[in-house]
Design a protein around this ligand. Sequence first.
Ligand code: MN
Length: 347
Amino acid sequence: MAQPTHPDFAAMHGWDRPYEMHGERDLPTYVGLQTFCKRDPVGDAEELMRRHPDVAIVGAPFDDAVSHRSGARFGPRAIRQATYTDGEHSLQLDVEPWAELDVVDAGDANIVPAWLERAHAVIYRKVRDVAACGAVPIVLGGDHSITWPSVTAVAEAVAPRRIGIVHFDAHADTAPDDWGVLAGHGTPMRRLIESGAVLGKNFVQVGLRGYWPGPEVFAWMQAQGMRWHKMREIEERGAEAVIDDAIAEALDGPDMIYLSLDVDVVDPGMAPGTGTPEPGGLLSRELLRAVRRIVGRVELAGMDIVEVSPPYDHAEITAMLGHRAALEAISALAVKKRDGRRVRLAD
Ligand SMILES: [Mn+2]
């Protein structure tokens, strides 16, 4: 039998000192409940309605619609935890986001594996709950198929106002189907245009490159009036000029933008953790600057960050980029709220 502990053991070691205990938000990011930047977890639809937050993070941990490598189901969790900072102060925008905005973490959509239709249904409902309470949803994917239910929910919530979409991606994601499947991750942008959630002329793609899609799909895109900016154009004109054109095209009619970021728009050297990497992409700093520029200048209806696949990531490079893209968007929203104006063009 073990010796009983000496009655003064704790005192002898100083373990009974009155240490200060810290609140959940004041602890390091790796301690405690995992929410985005330690924001309050508020997942219930009625609670969201009562609280009326400015922004709500939504996890969409789903990757059953990929055409190549999977793993993006682990994206939301990896993105939430890939940071050492709780984001108190933005050096780039000189703002304290949490002082300006009420941002909550609405948790993950109620997803089970191997059931594509159900996953899209619960993502749609979760994003609808968030958008219905007036918050801007920032959805963490997940493969890119989740943009179909997410944009649909946002478009319904803001109606009769219309949204334009700025879509960063190496791939157009406008296939008619993926081997007969209408809801694959290569198809969501076609579904959104077919359903009328967004008009083709307000659907703007940035960063396309590589070897997909082929001429038939581009012909369909052209027939819808879609606009796209290939990586080559960014190389020739610079990211800034192209982003300004993309904003103007998306807002040719609508007055709000939904921003969809497929992390594979960034070069695989700076975003290796993704399912269908494509060499020769954006720099991570170009993407983050573009996020600040777009969110700072337009009214943001919603946003998603997709295709972060932690099993293919190295040293959390891609998850950190996903995290930072969300935080930069929040900081830009905070500047607008604080100053009651749009962010300066130079930002
Ligand atoms: Mn995509």
